[in-house]
Write a protein that binds this ligand. Sequence first.
Ligand code: NAD
Length: 495
Amino acid sequence: MSNLQKYKMLIGGEWVDAASGKHFESMNPYTGKAWALIPEGGAEDIDRAVKAAKAAFESGQWSKMTATQRGHLLRKLGDLIAENADALAATEVRDNGKLIAEMGLQLRYTPQWYYYFGGLADKIEGSVIPIDKPEHFNFTRHEPLGVIAAITPWNSPLMLAGWKLAPALAAGNTVVLKPSEFTSASSLEFGRLFEKAGFPPGVVNIVTGFGRDAGAALTSHPDVAKITFTGGPETGRLVYATGAKLLKKVSLELGGKSPNIVFDDCIIDNAVKGAISGIFAATGQTCIAGSRLLVQRSIHDEFVDKLVAFAKTAKMGDPMLPDTQVGPVTTLQQHDKILGYIDIAKGEGAECLLGGAKATRPECGSGWFVEPTIFAGVNNRMRIAQEEVFGPVLSIIPFEDEEEAIHLGNDVAFGLAAGIWTQSIRRALTVSEKIRAGSVWVNTYRAVSYMSPFGGYKDSGVGRENGQDAIREYMQTKSIWISYATDTPNPFVMR
Ligand code: NAD
């Protein structure tokens, strides 16, 4: 008999095993050992979940609720997340190995998404259009889409679920959530809070399982109206193609290779911290990692020396300890992929100034750790400068002037984020305008908020999350025409 914690999935308000009866193990990246058993949902489970979500959307209590009532429920849910933030954060750390300091902060912040979009639920107004047709009254309604398929990655499971679920539910949709197979436990624990808050059954369903099975079955289900996906670019392309075939609405938040640009007029010590936060926070496992550090040649050597000295002091080890700064990599596959990219960078001729190997420090135990790694002398054409590593590996690229910084910053397929370090307002505004990325930070890095739009240019995605407009991504507009004319003119011509 296994002593691993065994989870169930949430379908139509019931806690169930997968139809196949199968489970898979969830691993703790710090110990390298399994700690939980997750139901291995497949097409049959997805079908039941989508049908439950469709039924909740079309009939039942949810469809009869006013937007104000939906807002109340979302705010209650936010309160429950806040009450359970520490426990949910601890589960996430067990699953993804990110720091308790980071996951605790994320979970304490996540309720804001439910408060914000809960508040917005009853403020979505249509308009009365002063239409050009005589004796016609025309107005618009913004209506929910139906069943939303929400697919999340492993790096920030519940915060990223909130980016999707809060606006989707506020708009009046119902949801089937499929979390990453590497970090399913926190989403299943989160499912309990919907019951407690009083959401009707079927409004939110959570099906766990592998991407190729449960994920693919969800995106190709005919009753799904929209797919909202956060994950890697290759999976994103697959999901987009499936959505296109079935003419579903799709929004994608994908990866990045973001330039963090350091000009010679910056406050160097702040920019060093900005560079560190860009690549070593979350062990580099963040879509907005500032993994390409562009440094102006005039301060290059001084800056790089300071950066390496700072990075050397990073404390690695148990992610549950509050003072750990660099934790393990979430999955063994990812760990091996990062080491593979380190070899590629060395093979391409980049100069390894720090790290460049698996971490074998005693405090890393048997976990999946990679040393914080810094490569200098990187050329923007190298693979290490162009491809997302999703780990603690920094590429430093020197530049001469503003024009070259903008060119190098944009010379990549992605466009998720960018950092600019300068004290010149003119430079900050000019460069932020010319950088093709969805978020640009000046003298700061990795700032995100429920209030501010987030999303990718170019290969980094389609659509936006967060901010007031995000709710519109889960709605469609209907135009309603009413004639108050006393007669009907020639029926053979357009009105
Ligand atoms: P992934 O693409 O491997 O998996 C993401 C999700 O997609 C998982 O739930 C997975 O089960 C599911 N999936 C896999 N194959 C599928 C298929 N064929 N059909 C449907 N679903 C499928 O990504 P990951 O490794 O979990 O996450 C890391 C990636 O996510 C990185 O590229 C990172 O940059 C990106 N990311 C982006 C953002 C953002 O907001 N832009 C945020 C976090 C992570």
